[in-house]
Write a protein that binds this ligand. Structure first.
Ligand SMILES: NC(=O)c1ccc[n+]([C@@H]2O[C@H](COP(=O)([O-])OP(=O)(O)OC[C@H]3O[C@@H](n4cnc5c(N)ncnc54)[C@H](OP(=O)(O)O)[C@@H]3O)[C@@H](O)[C@H]2O)c1
Length: 291
């Protein structure tokens, strides 16, 4: 088969040679949470591979800057400011992506927030917001892309959960619960869509250096750089992994944590939580150099 026969113009749904050479099989991809961190880095790397990328997040200015960067790198980018908490907004963004860029082959639901739950005042609104953005934001993105994929009989849905989904940790109960819900939801969806031509991938990263973790003032074991993490995540998607836990050493730690006797787990993690809480309280006490 000649190179021309594989070109984008003759086979709109097929990957370009450039994508084949970098190992990413999709041409049209939507990413939520694309304005910073992992989402922005995956968009940059997809741009370098010549993909068409729909960039979804709330910060319009950051999306515009990133879109320029992706175009300069050789890709096509469409900035779609949108709050994933809002089902109507997400549906409109996905419809716009399909009409401007073509049929979506991959929806990467990556948007997320993390907030520690300080002891008292016990405000359920904090937990509610984490669950709404992380769980419902992902469901909105996947469900908005799904009907058209089902009609075409092919597509790939990806959700970014976390290694935190494997256990509840002090101060992070809301975040861990949201990530566990995402992981279990994705498992159910994957089985439901089995043999329909639509793949489902759940990605569980460990600690990655992004704006989300920049605010942490505790030791983050096996922290990896965002470029490395994004590369690994795109490779896992290309390989249609069902679940991808990384880095391996962090996955081993989570595995061991799940198998540790509960009395030991409770004692160790509650000590960790108190230690962390003291640090956070010390940081929030007004003092020289603090607001
Ligand atoms: N970094 C880590 O160590 C780590 C580890 C495990 C899992 N993860 C997961 O990886 C994903 C990306 O995290 P990150 O580390 O790259 O964090 P980040 O830099 O803080 O990025 C989060 C992204 O989500 C977007 N977002 C948040 N709320 C949104 C909303 N309501 N509507 C639309 N977009 C929203 C943010 O954009 P706007 O503010 O512009 O809307 C931003 O683009 C998250 O799901 C996170 O839970 C991260």
């Amino acid at each position: 088969m000649s190179t021309r026969a594989w070109s984008r113009t003759s086979w709109p749904g097929w990957p370009t040679w450039r994508q084949i050479s970098v190992g990413f099989p999709y041409q049209v991809v939507a990413i939520t949470g694309a304005s910073t961190g992992l989402g922005a880095e995956m968009a940059r790397q997809l741009g370098q591979a010549g993909c068409k990328v729909a960039l979804i997040a709330r910060s319009a200015d950051k999306l515009d800057q990133l879109a320029q960067h992706v175009r300069a790198a050789g890709g096509t980018a469409l900035a779609l400011p949108c709050n994933v908490d809002d089902w109507q907004q997400v549906q409109a963004a996905v419809a716009k992506a399909e009409s401007d860029l073509g049929p979506l082959q991959c929806m990467l639901a990556n948007a997320g927030i993390g907030q520690q739950l300080e002891p008292g005042p016990w405000d359920p609104a904090v937990v509610e917001q984490i669950l709404r953005t992380n769980v419902m934001g992902m469901v909105h993105a996947l469900y908005a892309a799904l009907p058209a994929m089902q009609q075409r009989g092919r597509g790939h849905l990806v959700g970014v959960a976390s290694m935190a989904s494997y256990q509840g940790l002090p101060l992070d109960g809301g975040y861990s619960a949201s990530k566990a819900a995402q992981r279990i939801f994705l498992e159910g969806l994957r089985v439901q869509l089995h043999a329909t031509g639509i793949s489902v991938t759940c990605i569980c990263p460990g600690f990655v250096r992004t704006p989300m973790t920049d605010k942490n003032d505790f030791n983050m074991p096996f922290l990896i750089e965002v470029e490395d993490a994004a590369r690994r995540m795109l490779r896992a998607i290309a390989n249609r992994r069902r679940v991808y836990n990384f880095p391996k050493r962090m996955a081993a730690l989570a595995w061991a944590g799940q198998r540790t006797p509960r009395w030991l787990f409770d004692a160790a993690t509650s000590w960790l939580g108190k230690h962390q809480s003291k640090r956070t309280q010390a940081r929030s006490v007004p003092g020289p150099g603090r607001e």
